[in-house]
Design a protein around this ligand. Structure first.
Ligand code: ADP
Length: 369
């Protein structure tokens, strides 16, 4: 009899726990269904298994118009969704992966997707995707870029004529042996050149944004380009630094001007983000069909979390040391875009306070491989 009572009490306990669990599940389901962040699950074949209200509202579809459909139907770019699915299948976790989704009214929503795969006993159950809408941020950014490009364009012509007048006056001051005026004009020319470099970066980033860039590849000797850039950087920098280069004589096959821009930006940064008397090394190492170029400094270094965002447009590290240095956060974005056009990429190794190494690979002149 006692045993029966114990059993009955256990059963009551069990029922109570079960009820509590059911309530928790209901609460969580309600939370996920009505969460303000858009969510959807997709199966191994890319078919949408479930979506919450926020997701359906954001895209304007009814549940049955969305769930059960291939997710690729709603992506503006098929390469993007194929890449997302293949990364997830390969066990990658996605954080803020940029994508564009089609809405029912035909407009596009720009989103950042964060996702991973729920697996049971190693088997793919479904993906769990969160999307963050950045359409307004993107539009604002596009307006900013268009404005910056327009202003840069308007400033270019007066700056060119200003530089010409400076050069005419410099010739006259030289003839007249007027060292005071010559010195002042030298400084004016330096500032004008800095401004011209800035405007050129602003104009280039707008072109990359619009995809209006073509490469003019040729064979050229990297060592010679580096020597030219070093001389140029020396001219435009007032800081003391020591630059050493070790590069072989062979040539690479790339767009000379654009690789010049990459090197200028990396070397200028190495100087900007180092203390006075910084030591900068440019190293080139030959691999079977590539050359690896590294720009190494002993400057302020970059923390791990900043390294992840360094190549985003307008991204600047926000700490005491970096904020004191002038800049717009465009240089490294341009570096990464130019290298992307060359089917290469920029990499960084750095530690806060320990200096940084930025490196990338270029194709060697095919006739020298
Ligand atoms: P800018 O220098 O105009 O801010 P960049 O895109 O060239 O823009 O660089 C982005 C950010 O990366 C900089 O603001 C700086 O904080 C950091 N950075 C770039 N190069 C270096 C470097 N060699 N050492 C330390 N920090 C760097």
């Amino acid at each position: 009899m006692d045993d029966l009572k114990v059993l009955e009490a256990e059963l009551e306990q069990y029922k109570l726990k079960n009820k509590e669990l059911e309530e928790r599940v209901d609460e969580l389901t309600d939370f996920v269904e009505n969460a303000s962040i858009p969510l959807h699950w997709v199966d191994e074949n890319g078919i949408i298994l479930w979506a919450n209200k926020a997701e359906l509202d954001a895209l304007g579809f009814l549940y049955d118009e969305y769930v059960g459909q291939p997710i690729s139907n709603f992506h503006a770019d098929s390469d993007t969704i194929n890449d997302i699915l293949s990364r997830l299948t390969n066990n990658e976790t996605l954080n803020n992966y940029p994508a564009s989704l089609k809405t029912k009214d035909g407009s596009l929503r720009h989103v950042l997707i964060s996702s991973n795969v729920l697996r049971k006993d190693g088997k793919f159950v479904h993906t769990r995707c969160f999307t963050k809408d950045i359409t307004e941020i993107k539009k604002e950014e596009e307006r900013k870029i268009a404005f910056v490009a327009m202003v840069s364009h308007e400033l270019k012509t007066p700056l060119t004529s200003l530089t010409s007048y400076i050069q005419i006056l410099m010739r006259r001051a030289k003839k007249e042996d007027n060292d005071f005026v010559l010195n002042a004009l030298n400084r004016a020319e330096l500032q004008a050149k800095k401004m011209a470099n800035m405007l050129s970066d602003f104009l280039s980033q707008a072109k990359y944004q619009e995809g209006k860039v073509t490469l003019h590849r040729e064979n050229f000797v990297l060592k010679e380009l580096i020597a030219e850039i070093a001389e140029d950087v020396n001219f435009t920098t007032t800081k003391n630094f020591k630059l050493t280069t070790s590069c072989p004589d062979n040539s690479v096959f790339a767009d000379r001007d654009k690789i010049g821009q990459v090197l200028t930006n990396l070397i200028t940064n190495a100087i900007k983000y180092s203390n006075d008397d910084g030591v900068i090394t440019i190293k080139c190492e030959n691999h079977p069909d590539k050359v690896r170029i590294s720009v190494i400094d002993n400057g302020i270094g970059i923390s791990g979390s900043d390294q992840e965002r360094l190549f985003e447009r307008f991204y600047r590290v926000n700490n005491d040391k970096s904020s004191k240095v002038e800049g717009f956060g465009i240089g490294l974005y341009l570096v990464s875009e130019i290298l992307r056009y060359h089917h290469s990429s920029i990499k960084v190794i750095s530690e806060k306070g320990q200096g940084s190494t930025f490196y990338f690979d270029l194709d060697i002149n095919p006739s020298e491989v």
